[in-house]
Design a protein around this ligand. Structure first.
Ligand code: GGG
Length: 362
């Protein structure tokens, strides 16, 4: 007699921090997409919602509770919306939630793809759909965001502020290696560009240049270029088609990835993954955009950056096919050009755009 063995359905526990402003609108949309794709792939997502952010700050004086990291740690991944509120200084919101999570879970590679989807208009004259296709890899735990420094003579006329960049050989080496591995895995132009300002910053970024050259020597099949950040900003506009993988420090890549987002059509399409590539801790997936208080609550924010971030999460959870399906559904909606939010020149609502993605997935 044949025995029928029932495999228990795989459940992923996802910590969800919708956060502030439009984060509260885009995250529920990404959850709808995840719920639909889960059914198709016989898995379940157990969402654990954490109501942290500005409202938590107003109530308790902190963006998240003291034990927040311990609550997040057992989860398989974290889905984050946005942080920021007009009545709280930005350094308080960022240093109270986003940056401590990235550091606590050693999410040292922040991956920010820039792809010009067919059907989306770049503000640049030349590139057409598919022409721009690169990834910015941002060092995510040290550099200029290390939060080492302080004030002397605080709020007095002779006040001094000191903020020290921290660059370690280990920190540079691992993120540069990640960038090379990504160029090999993408198997496209096989090119890695390193971004510094080592003509002016003669210690930290000279170390970066040296480590970059050492790692590059281990990947003879990958082309390299080293750019100063000002030249990189210019070349993102002048020759975006030439880039494949771009690796840079926390601050430089934060700035450059806003340029890369806008040249592929909108901040509303810019997805990101904060990865612990060693998988010791949960990785975190978030749209690049912030809380956008100017449009929050109006139901018009573009949900696609968060949906594409959720697709990156699926890939990280070893559901690559599901991730590809979500991305293909987004690409199909964009290619048709019928349903799009105002940032892309349309009149559709946040929910209508998600409905269109869900329809493509069904
Ligand atoms: N999506 C999360 C968010 O609110 N990002 C806005 C922001 O200011 N991010 C700074 C950073 O990525 O370091």
């Amino acid at each position: 007699m044949a025995t029928i063995v029932f495999e228990p359905m795989k459940t992923f526990t996802i910590a969800v921090i919708a956060g502030d402003g439009v984060g509260l609108e885009v995250v529920p949309q990404a959850k709808r997409v995840l719920e639909q794709i889960a059914k198709k792939h016989d898995v379940t997502f157990a969402f654990q919602d954490f109501e942290w952010g500005a409202e938590h700050f107003f109530r308790w004086g902190r963006m998240m509770p003291a034990g927040a990291i311990d609550l997040l740690q057992p989860c398989d991944a974290i889905l984050l919306g946005a942080v920021g509120h007009p009545e709280i200084p930005d350094h308080t919101t960022l240093n109270g939630l986003l940056l401590p999570i990235r550091r606590a879970f050693d999410q040292y590679a922040n991956v920010r793809p820039a792809y010009l989807y067919p059907g989306v208009q770049s503000p640049l004259a030349g590139p057409k759909g598919g022409d721009i296709d690169f990834v910015v890899v941002r060092e995510n735990t040290e550099g200029e965001y290390a939060q080492v420094g302080g004030f002397v003579y605080h709020q007095q006329p002779e006040e001094i502020a000191i903020q020290t960049s921290v660059f370690t050989r280990r920190g540079i080496e691992r993120v540069v290696r990640f960038a090379f591995e990504l160029a090999v895995k993408r198997n496209k132009k096989k090119r890695v560009a390193s971004v510094t300002k080592s003509n002016a910053q003669g210690y930290t970024l000279v170390l970066w240049d040296r480590v970059f050259q050492e790692v590059a020597a281990r990947y003879p099949g990958v082309e390299t270029e080293s750019l100063l950040v000002d030249a990189a900003a210019m070349n993102f506009i002048r020759r975006p088609q030439s880039f494949d993988v771009v690796v840079g420090s926390n601050l430089f890549s934060d700035i450059l990835s806003d340029i890369s987002a806008i040249i592929v059509g909108s901040m509303g399409l810019a997805a990101s993954a904060n990865l612990d590539p060693l998988r010791r801790f949960p990785s975190m997936f978030e749209p690049v955009h912030g809380s956008a208080p100017d449009i929050a609550g109006k139901g018009v924010v573009n949900p696609l950056a968060t949906i594409l971030s959720a697709a990156m999460m699926l890939d990280h959870l070893e559901m690559a096919e599901a991730g590809r399906e979500v991305e293909a559904a987004v690409a199909a909606v964009l290619a048709e050009g019928q349903v799009r939010t105002p940032d892309l020149g349309g009149t559709s609502s946040t929910e209508e755009v998600t409905n269109a993605v869900l329809e493509k997935l069904s």
